[in-house]
Design a protein. Structure first.
Length: 394
């Protein structure tokens, strides 16, 4: 008994301001392409069942284009695997705040998909000896939700599917997503599950034996830089999982990346002049293997005073931005030298400006907003407040 486990497709996700030849936001097109490759790869492996553990869409009101994409690809999946049940639960992005709004996921029911978007539901497939307890995001909210999840002993195989945030498993600061419902790891261990399929965390991760996050299919989290860095550190890629319930094994199925996400080595501009910093930035860009054409790249430069930022070669920077799909030059101001508002325990005190910068750097943004400008503006406001405090003006 082999179950394909995927999650966090986030169809309809939009980012940056670049469009493809058809006029579609390029990152939205990238995400759709990743979903198509995932479906093709699932079909090629011919699993006995498929579970999609939440966040098929990036929004409860997805674009028509993303709805058509989802419907087309799931139709393709059902046609190619007519005997394999497909279970789809709603994640936090799929779940309307009001029950009256209804869920677009219901559309997939017409394809023979078991859609669970409101309350937890046990789905039974006697011909496979399989029971699936599907727990959507809405069932994790509130105080009265029943979390006494246990397998059904009548079935040989029992699978639990849900879309939670497990405390302590998100060290990258945003590689999952905001708005997750917390579930303690112990709540997943109240029975001998054949497999626990999780969504929400965007990096493939084994929580416990037979308990896995499959990771996302593309980079759609608030902190794509931390996400990509952690994947490189652990030698991981985007993809999905094939769980063999009889053998108790899990196969990671890698997907070819749609687009490279590159965080260039940081620079420290302390003591540099404009020409020297221009040369250092150009050197970092030229060191990217294969160049920056059509990639998503960020370069963080620390301790850049405002006059130095203004004096940089902005024509060269515009050329980098034109060549890449997105080139983010993240200029960080020097820490205020005089008055710092301490936050946190002794020995771990940070300025308000630094905290605001970190938060804005991973906050989800509309596609039309430039993150570099957004972060820099927030930091400038906080630096101004701290200077005023230091001067006794506030």
């Amino acid at each position: 008994m082999r179950v394909a486990h995927l999650a966090d497709a986030h169809l309809g996700f939009r980012q940056f301001q670049r469009q493809d030849a058809a006029g579609v936001n390029q990152r939205e097109a990238d995400v759709a392409a990743a979903f198509r490759r995932a479906v093709a790869s699932v079909i090629a492996r011919q699993p006995d069942a498929v579970v999609i553990a939440g966040d098929l869409f990036h929004s409860v009101r997805p674009t028509n284009r993303s709805i058509i994409e989802a419907f087309t690809q799931i139709s393709r999946l059902r046609a190619a695997l007519p005997d394999a049940p497909v279970v789809l639960i709603a994640g936090n992005h799929d779940t309307p705040r009001s029950a009256e709004a209804g869920s677009i996921l219901k559309l997939m029911s017409s394809l023979g998909v078991a859609v669970v978007d409101d309350v937890a539901l046990r789905l039974e497939y006697p011909e496979l000896g399989l029971a699936v307890l599907a727990v959507p995001h809405a069932a994790l909210l509130g105080e009265g939700g029943d979390r006494d999840w246990r397998p059904d002993p009548r079935f040989r195989h029992n699978v639990l599917v849900l879309h939670p945030e497990i405390p302590g498993l998100f060290p990258e600061g945003g590689a999952s997503d905001y708005g997750g419902a917390r579930v303690q790891e112990g709540e997943l261990r109240r029975g001998a599950w054949s497999y626990v399929a999780l969504g929400h965390y965007h990096i493939v991760h084994e929580v416990a034996p037979r308990t896995w996050y499959s990771g996302s299919l593309e980079y759609t989290s608030p902190n794509i830089w931390g996400e990509a860095s952690e994947e490189r550190r652990r030698g991981l890629t985007k993809g999905f999982l094939i769980a063999d319930l009889d053998a108790g094994t899990v196969e990671r199925v890698a997907l070819a990346p749609t687009r490279r996400i590159v965080d260039l080595p940081r620079l420290d501009a302390a003591g540099m002049g404009a020409a020297e910093l221009d040369a250092a930035i150009r050197s970092r860009v030229e060191e990217v293997p294969g160049g920056i054409a059509a990639i998503v790249a960020r370069l963080v430069v620390a301790r850049v005073p405002r006059p130095l930022a203004h004096a940089l070669d902005h024509a060269a920077l515009r050329a980098f931005k034109a060549e890449a799909l997105h080139f983010q030059l993240d200029l960080r101001r020097p820490e205020p030298a005089r008055h710092a508002v301490g936050v946190g325990a002794p020995g771990a005190r940070r300025t308000l400006g630094g905290l605001v910068e970190d938060y804005l750097g991973r906050r989800p943004l509309d596609a039309e907003l430039d993150r570099g400008r957004f972060v820099a503006l927030g930091r400038e406001y906080m630096d101004a407040v701290e200077r005023a405090l230091a001067a006794g003006e506030a």
